[in-house]
Write a protein that binds this ligand. Structure first.
Ligand SMILES: *[C@@H]1O[C@H](CO)[C@@H](O)[C@H](O)[C@H]1NC(C)=O
Ligand SMILES: *[C@@H]1O[C@H](CO)[C@@H](O)[C@H](O)[C@H]1NC(C)=O
Ligand SMILES: *[C@@H]1O[C@H](CO)[C@@H](O)[C@H](O)[C@H]1NC(C)=O
Ligand SMILES: *[C@@H]1O[C@H](CO)[C@@H](O)[C@H](O)[C@H]1NC(C)=O
Length: 584
């Protein structure tokens, strides 16, 4: 704390270092996603803003705490002809999937926040069955205590067991059942609408052989309410991790081998730094010494004052169109990540590679979630109450065979002007992960590579962003030139255009929906927008926020010098590009 007063540390280029480096005990947990008053409720995602920045208003919410209450709540809703959607206590899905319908009196929200009592471990059968609202961390701690491990989980642990499988969340692996969490599900229970004779709602149990199972494993909340999930587990194990910060030459050719060679491989590419970080991450025998922890830097608690200053600095660099300033921050940030191994710790601190630790402490993290509720001072960096980080997250899922050519195109774009990529390198660069082919209808039909990157989002939707043409070109290249699929829980609206053509088993999913929810209680304009990739309205400035792909200058911001222009490497792209000459 004392160090924070030092002017040296407050040098803007070092702020991200402080941002990610400081943990405090005076911290606040994330806000609840639903706020109600006497007139109704407002649902937010954890970032406090939906893609269209419009609020999701719902007349009421109910908090069932067991399956019987859940059944009763669904029966009440369907009897009264209300649209139903489910939200967890976390609400980390970026698209508006959990929004029932707005504005409308005919909808109800169900929260799984209080439905988290049961975690039932079958040690002999190596499975665990948990209530929908159980948090991933509670599940993991419990199974590890029983000498078992959940093999796959997303890197962020602030998710519920039902939420995590609903949108295809994943870690990274081409081994075994692979990196997608839903491929480790072996059974689930749904509460779905019923006929009057069935009491308006019923419980459906699905095992792995059930014809509806592959629809229900990734269902975007469109089939009914997930009540319980059963995951397969393995004998508890340890992992050994080394990060290799190295030159980025040849990632295009190296990524396949890397994924085949290491069970939990990933790669982070910092294009502006010409650096690739290979994660060598493998299972080791339980007897290997080490009790390391992965407390990922970006998910640690940060002082609110620092988060605010970092945001203010980024805004100032944007306003000044100061690309070099951004590059300075990117350089400092990456150097710091290298120094502290992204948040890996051998014990209390990072002392050197490899870091060996239990699966339960290595795969997923989110220490900013756990903070005493009554205090203030620090929080997750993106907490919407603090004017901290505010960003987009683009996540594209490629057929493995196409990913190398995509990387070659991005490299061409980078080589023209490496500093154009500093804006993503301030965040997490381009994170490359691996998931295996899945039988889930809305999962991946082939072995795939997932590319994930974050970048600045302006406070105001009409404010264009520095180098936004570059991100837009990469985004359109991914989704349209290389046919990548959008991660269901991330992305801006344009990423979902024509998505229905990319899922060969979509018709099977829709047939299952017809069977389980024939009257569409669990559909909304928002889930339709995502699943059917409908083009939104094409108002002025729509391309700035990714609500559309520009076709006219007015979709960008001609007044601020941003015009609609073709991509540089991918000529078919249409991006909003700044041109000083056009500013009068
Ligand atoms: C109640 O919440 C709604 C949004 O759900 C908001 O528009 C309204 O201003 C709030 N009313 C009061 C009295 O706080
Ligand atoms: C269902 O409706 C009944 C009667 O209106 C009400 O008493 C009960 O509290 C409702 N239950 C739930 C879980 O919403
Ligand atoms: C359910 O959630 C509460 C509140 O977050 C927590 O204290 C409790 O441990 C959770 N229950 C289980 C079984 O994880
Ligand atoms: C890091 O990667 C580079 C390039 O693949 C390789 O030459 C080098 O040996 C690696 N270093 C370690 C410590 O594995």
């Amino acid at each position: 704390m004392a160090k924070l007063g030092s002017p040296w540390l407050l040098h803007p280029l070092l702020l991200p270092v402080i941002l990610w480096g400081v943990a405090s005990t005076l911290a606040m947990p994330p806000p609840p996603p639903v706020q109600c008053n006497s007139t109704g409720c407002t649902l937010h995602n954890s970032y406090g803003a939906w893609g269209d920045r419009k609020d999701c208003l719902v007349p009421s919410i109910t908090y069932p705490s067991n399956q019987q209450e859940l059944l009763q709540a669904v029966a009440n809703a369907t009897r009264s002809n209300l649209k139903v959607k489910v939200v967890s206590k976390f609400s980390h899905t970026i698209p508006k999937l959990a929004c029932p319908q707005t504005p409308s009196r005919n909808a109800i929200l169900l929260s799984t926040e209080k439905y988290n009592a049961s975690i039932d471990v079958d040690t002999a059968g190596r499975t665990v069955t948990a209530d929908a609202g159980v948090g991933l961390r509670d599940l993991i701690d419990r199974v590890e205590k029983e000498g078992l491990s959940l093999v796959s989980a997303p890197y962020w642990e602030g998710v519920s067991v039902a939420g995590v499988i609903s949108t295809g969340a994943h870690g990274s692996s081409w081994w075994g059942k692979g990196g997608a969490v839903h491929d480790h599900v072996v059974g689930l229970t749904l509460v779905v609408p019923g006929k009057e004779s069935e009491g308006y709602a019923k419980v459906v149990r699905l095992g792995a052989k059930d014809p509806l199972f592959n629809a229900a494993r990734v269902s975007l909340g469109m089939l009914g309410v997930i009540s319980k999930v059963t995951f397969s587990l393995e004998q508890r194990f340890k992992r050994s991790i080394t990060y290799n910060f190295t030159d980025d030459d040849g990632i295009e050719d190296a990524f396949m081998d890397h994924a085949k060679k290491h069970e939990f491989a990933d790669i982070t590419w910092y294009p502006s730094r010409h650096t690739a970080v290979y994660r060598y991450d493998d299972r080791v025998p339980l007897s290997t010494s080490g009790d390391g922890v992965y407390d990922f830097l970006g998910f640690q608690t940060n002082l609110i004052a620092v988060s605010k200053t970092v945001r203010a600095t980024e805004k100032a660099l944007e306003r000044a169109r100061n690309v070099n300033g951004k590059c300075g921050v990117a350089a400092t940030t990456m150097a710091y990540k290298k120094l502290i191994a992204n948040g890996l710790r051998n014990n209390l601190i990072f002392t050197g590679y490899p870091v060996v630790g239990y699966q339960g402490k290595i795969q997923t993290s989110g220490s900013c979630l756990y903070s005493p509720p009554s205090s203030t001072g620090s929080s997750c960096a993106w907490d919407p109450r603090i004017q901290g980080l505010f960003f987009y997250e683009t996540t594209a899922i490629f057929a493995a065979t196409k990913f190398g050519d995509f990387l070659r195109d991005v490299r061409k774009l980078r080589d023209m002007k490496p500093e154009n990529f500093c804006g993503v390198d301030i965040y997490n660069g381009l994170l490359i992960r691996f998931i295996k082919a899945s039988e889930a209808y809305l999962g991946q039909s082939e072995d795939s590579v997932v590319l994930d990157f974050n970048y600045y989002r302006a406070d105001d939707p009409t404010t264009p962003r520095l180098n936004q043409d570059v991100w837009e070109e990469v985004e359109q290249m991914a989704f349209f030139k290389y046919g990548a699929k959008p991660h269901w829980a991330k992305n801006r609206n344009l990423a979902f255009l024509d998505v229905q053509k990319k899922y060969p088993k979509l018709n099977k999913f829709l047939a299952a929906k017809k069977q389980l929810d024939p009257n569409d209680f669990f559909s909304s304009e928002w889930s339709d927008e995502i699943l059917f990739g409908r083009a939104g309205s094409r108002g002025d400035g729509c391309a700035l926020e990714g609500q559309c792909i520009c076709s006219e200058d007015r979709h960008c911001s001609p007044a601020k010098g941003y015009l609609c222009q073709p991509g540089v490497v991918y000529k078919e792209a249409r991006v909003c590009r700044y041109s000083a000459a056009s500013v009068s």
